[in-house]
Design a protein around this ligand. Structure first.
Ligand code: NAD
Length: 474
């Protein structure tokens, strides 16, 4: 057994003292009675996140970059285990994509996205800097519980903020586990605590408490229409990443093979859980039949009219009041194509990516955000009709729209009319988030409130610092 020398003992003691000094004198226990950032009440979580913010404020930008690197590293190295845990808990989507969505968290931009702007002139120098808000109330969806949380942490902490998270109740276990792992590693490497806090048993009431809490400076909400409305009705500034129902237009000039491949790739991803995912297709009659054949070659399984009717009856119930929305059967959300097919007595070949078939616009799969891998294809007279229908069934969410075309006028006309946050031409939906297209990744795309694909600058206050003097050197 090695005997510790006086020198090694001195080094160990110095390291312990340095750690204690960095953590403000606390021992290795997390503050605020939390369990590495996991709290039972909103008050406790906000208090701990406020204390975390004060410490982060005093830390260097290099420390923020280190925190971002830790979150990216954990998502990458532990993607398999965490992805599996998310799949086991939520029971929606596809395991391969749950894992991939964590692996690609490293593509979310961090501290390098921040910048300062300067203006010099006869009257001196003005510097514009991008400062943090403080504690951000964050709501995450069940469709990508941990990836959204991790992406939000990267954007928000890069900008110097801390978080109090109300996760979706059906994805809360994995969200809390992620927070524990992030916080523990952050503490070990930087001595900082409670930069991310989370409510262990989230409810609508705890979300409301966060919306109202005096200690919360800003809200960032990722979810469907209910939570988007609730956040915008609160008295706080809210960055809202709301629902979508992305239409795809295919005109007669499209590369049909590429269109079919792209539609299948986007719609099949995580069993069509993506808010940007292709949800319904409007194709002109001149290419309709060849498009349908091509989708079959790329992993689609074609359903006939009777089979579509049966599936529709299982997937939706009639509207609760006349003129209302068909009600989505949540039990089928995010299920495999084989599971949907089984419901109507159909066996599909292994490797089937999506189910698809021809419908008219009265089928609720067209109007509703189905979040399951059956894609309705609607036959249209011409590009004008296809674009008009795309506009109607996107419901002005202004989220995402896609066109496959080589006709620049059709592309431009559709882009203008749709007015969506993401408009993708000749690629799958994910090209809009830097995956096969140019640009960067985020899991929160702020649609009704207009901030777009969120990034660290989204979560900053713009501050101006002015010096009046004779500072020009030119
Ligand atoms: P959801 O609306 O059911 O839940 C989202 C979150 O909001 C959850 O944490 C939930 O607990 C909470 N919530 C729901 N109603 C609330 C209310 N009235 N008050 C306070 N909190 C409330 O959505 P989901 O099924 O988890 O996720 C899918 C939806 O989210 C889809 O509509 C999808 O388009 C959208 N989404 C959007 C983006 C984007 O970036 N724009 C990203 C992912 C998902």
């Amino acid at each position: 057994m090695a005997v510790a020398t006086e020198e090694t003992i001195r080094t160990v003691v110095q390291e312990v003292l340095a750690q204690l000094a960095q953590s403000g004198g606390a021992a290795t226990v997390a503050k605020g009675d939390g369990d590495w950032g996991v709290f039972q009440t909103v008050d406790d979580a906000v208090a701990a996140a406020t204390e975390g913010f004060e410490k982060l404020r005093a830390a260097t930008l290099e420390t923020r970059a280190k925190i971002v690197a830790i979150v990216k590293r954990i998502c990458d190295e532990q993607a398999e285990e965490l992805g599996r845990a998310e799949m086991d808990e939520t029971r929606i989507g596809r395991l391969d994509h749950k894992i991939e969505k964590l692996k690609i968290v490293k593509l979310v931009p961090g501290v390098e996205f921040l910048r300062s702007d300067a203006q010099s002139g006869d009257h001196g120098l003005t510097v514009t800097e991008y400062a943090p808000f403080g504690v951000i109330g964050t709501i995450t969806p069940v469709t990508h519980s941990l990836p959204t949380l991790a992406g939000n942490v990267i954007s928000m902490v890069s900008a110097g903020n801390t978080l109090v998270v109300n996760p979706h109740p059906s994805g809360a276990r994995i969200a809390c586990e992620g927070v524990r792992r992030f916080n523990r590693a952050i503490y070990e490497e930087t001595g900082l605590e409670n930069l991310i806090t989370i409510i262990e048993k989230p409810t609508i009431e705890s979300a409301q408490e966060i919306f109202q809490h005096r200690g919360v400076r800003l809200l960032c909400v990722t979810g469907g229409p209910g939570v988007a409305r609730a956040a915008m009705a609160s008295r706080k500034r809210a960055i809202v990443a709301g629902p979508g129902n992305p239409p795809v237009v295919v005109d007669e000039t499209a590369d049909i093979e590429n269109a079919a491949k792209s539609i299948v790739q986007g719609a099949a991803y995580d069993n069509n859980l993506l808010c940007i995912g292709e949800k319904e297709v409007f194709a002109v009659c001149r290419v309709f039949d060849s498009l349908m054949e091509a989708v079959g070659r790329h992993g689609g399984y074609l359903l006939n009219r009777d089979q579509i009717e049966q599936l529709t009856r299982i997937a939706f119930s009639p509207p609760e009041k006349p003129g209302g929305h068909a009600v989505l059967n949540r039990d089928l959300v995010g299920k495999d194509p084989a599971v949907l097919a089984e419901q109507i007595g159909v066996q599909v070949p292994a490797g089937t990516q999506i189910l698809y078939g021809e419908t008219d616009v009265s089928n609720p799969f067209v109007a509703e955000e189905q979040m399951m891998p059956f894609i309705p294809f609607v036959r249209c007279r011409d590009a004008d009709e296809a674009i008009q229908l795309a506009k109607e069934y996107e419901h002005n969410y202004r989220h995402t729209a896609i066109i496959h075309s080589r006709n620049v006028r059709n592309m431009t006309r559709m882009g203008r009319l749709m007015d969506t946050t993401l408009f993708i031409k000749n690629g799958p939906c994910m090209a809009g988030l830097g995956l096969g297209g140019e640009g960067y990744l985020s899991y929160s795309i702020a649609t009704p409130t207009g901030e777009g694909v969120t990034n660290p600058l989204t979560f900053t206050r713009v501050r101006r610092c002015v010096m009046v003097d004779d500072l020009r050197i030119i």
